[in-house]
Design a protein around this ligand. Structure first.
Ligand code: ADP
Length: 529
């Protein structure tokens, strides 16, 4: 959809300047506004911080009637309503916490032609559970006052996404109930599978899709090897924070609540002003940590993913992942909280082989868990490709490597070489074979140890042991075999992941019969074996 002039173009521009004091629109904003002003359905995919709100707020201001905005979090709604009122825009919200008076005032305004209410924010629960509210919407529609339905975080409809909310499914009836009302869905999640699902659920199969670039040129992406001991990891992190990010604001994401507490303590003991944030803390404690951080009384928030949506501090200079995230999507969202002010900021992941299996076990029950997890393992273990290009490809974007401007560890300083690892892979298969024939189940770590010539005697095979090769290299090879489908994790009979090798006719069989070869990239500074 285009940027040419429409009957509303002049008013749109005028409102942008007079109300928002903005000088120009960002890529995709005008296209989205023109489309929704033409009463067409649309989903806008734009990274966090890209400016999605303006895309429905400006049209709301110049349209007759009311724009209904469905938003998953009360705190997000509050922030937006407060910001809108600062601009002198009449906006309200309805959620479980509203008093009777507010509810009455809002419900009156919905059907009062003289009312100035322009934007009404509601939770999906309100729509799904309040028949009275739906009846009022019906009336608003009959009166021609329902100008647009905006669904924020629209990926919450789909259980393939990373943030499924059951009440979002209910939104499927809106198109049937209010066929004339254009729907505008907003999200920063962009996998095709999720988007297809969302279109189906909302009954808008032919809606337009707009995609703004996911490239954040000011973010520097880096993966660091995570030392095997927690103390060494924390020393490394402290060193990083004290040298590179001295006196700067940042976030450290951890896998579990327990991890986040331990990391907070470890950082505090090492002289870093850090606070902890996770869902088990009281609301009061959480908001205290958030506030202290906003006011720079503490510099680092160590958190689980509960510290997420609605975090809007502009000068976050670093986001460190103490362990992998569950998916590329999570990683992108979480690290995207850095550098909203466009200043240079760092996104660092500490990667360790063992963490993959901790996560594997955690995501086992989630349908898409493992596929998503391997996506991020690929990001971490790839030793050659521009990190940005991996992200871009994940989000379906065409990418030219030169666009990175050396803003990732690989483009910044890179040299690698390809090595043939067929012999190593065959040795892994031999160990797995022996394990299978003696009915033993190996976790990845046990497999690794056996390979290194440690652990269970009965599994050791002369000539298949590799005690002199760096552990990191062996880990890389096992990760490569997993990602490429030579071996797989399974969860049969055990609550944790064990490694087995694959079905007849698989790549693995070719390999064990010496037909196939495997080669992979290694950093060239690593010792050759
Ligand atoms: P998102 O919802 O996509 O995460 P927001 O709508 O919160 O992003 O916008 C992020 C920031 O960008 C806000 O501070 C907003 O005021 C600002 N912004 C959005 N559009 C423009 C624009 N065209 N010009 C300048 N600033 C903008």
């Amino acid at each position: 959809w285009n940027r040419s002039d429409f009957s509303w173009s002049a008013e749109l521009k005028e409102t942008m300047v007079s109300v928002y004091r903005m000088r120009s629109l960002r890529p995709m904003q005008l296209e989205t506004m023109n489309l929704t002003m033409s009463n067409k359905d649309c989903i806008l995919i734009m990274p966090t911080g890209g400016g999605k709100s303006l895309c429905f707020q400006l049209p709301a201001l110049i349209s007759k009637g009311i724009t209904l905005v469905v938003s998953p979090l009360v705190s997000l709604m509050e922030d937006q309503v407060i910001a809108l009122r600062d601009y002198n825009v009449d906006a309200s919200m309805l959620n479980a916490a509203c008093d009777k008076e507010t509810v009455k005032r809002v419900q009156d305004a919905m059907i009062d032609k003289k009312a100035t209410l322009k934007l009404l924010y509601v939770t999906p629960e309100k729509l799904a559970k309040s028949k009275r509210f739906m009846a009022r919407l019906e009336k608003m529609y009959q009166l021609g006052r329902f100008s647009r339905l905006v669904i924020d975080e629209v990926h919450c409809c789909s259980q393939w996404g990373h943030d499924f909310r059951p009440d979002y499914k209910f939104l499927g009836i809106m198109k049937r109930q209010f066929p004339e009302v254009p729907i505008l869905g907003l999200t920063a999640t962009a996998t095709l599978k999720v988007l297809d699902d969302v279109k189906k659920i909302l009954n808008i199969p032919n809606c337009y899709l707009f995609r703004a670039s996911f490239n954040r040129p000011n973010l520097y992406y880096e993966v660091r090897p995570k030392p095997s001991s927690q103390a060494d990891t924390m020393n490394d992190m402290k060193q990083l924070i004290h040298s590179k990010f001295r006196d700067q604001s940042g976030i450290v994401y951890c896998l579990t609540r327990k991890d986040s507490e331990e990391v907070t303590t470890a950082l505090q003991q090492r002289g870093v002003k850090a606070g902890c944030y996770h869902a088990d803390l009281s609301a009061r404690e959480r908001s205290r940590v958030h506030r202290d951080w906003l006011q720079n009384k503490i510099l680092v928030v160590v958190a689980t993913v509960a510290f997420g949506m609605g975090i809007d501090k502009p000068d976050v200079r670093f986001v460190i992942h103490h362990s992998l995230s569950k998916s590329m999507e999570n990683l992108y969202q979480e690290s995207g909280r850095a550098g909203r002010d466009e200043g240079r900021s760092h996104c660092i992941v500490y990667y360790k082989f063992a963490d993959v299996f901790r996560l594997s076990t955690m995501v086992f029950t989630e349908q898409t868990g493992q596929e998503n997890l391997y996506g991020i393992v690929r990001y971490c273990t790839d030793i050659k490709r521009c990190r940005r290009s991996v992200i871009a490809r994940h989000f379906g974007e065409v990418w030219d490597k030169s666009q990175c401007n050396n803003m990732c560890d690989h483009c910044d300083a890179h040299c690698s070489e390809k090595r043939d690892v067929t012999r190593h892979c065959q040795n892994v298969m031999k160990i797995l074979d022996l394990a299978k024939s003696t009915e033993q189940r190996l976790t990845a770590l046990k497999l690794l140890e056996t390979w290194m010539g440690k652990g269970v005697q009965t599994l050791r095979i002369k000539g298949a042991e590799a005690p002199s090769i760096a552990r990191e290299k062996l880990e890389r090879i096992i990760a490569h075999m997993l990602l490429e489908g030579y071996i797989e994790e399974s969860f049969h009979f055990t609550p944790y992941s064990t490694i087995s090798y694959l079905v007849p006719g698989s790549k693995a069989q070719l390999l064990s019969s010496s037909i196939g070869t495997v080669s992979m990239d290694f950093p060239s500074k690593q010792n050759s074996t």
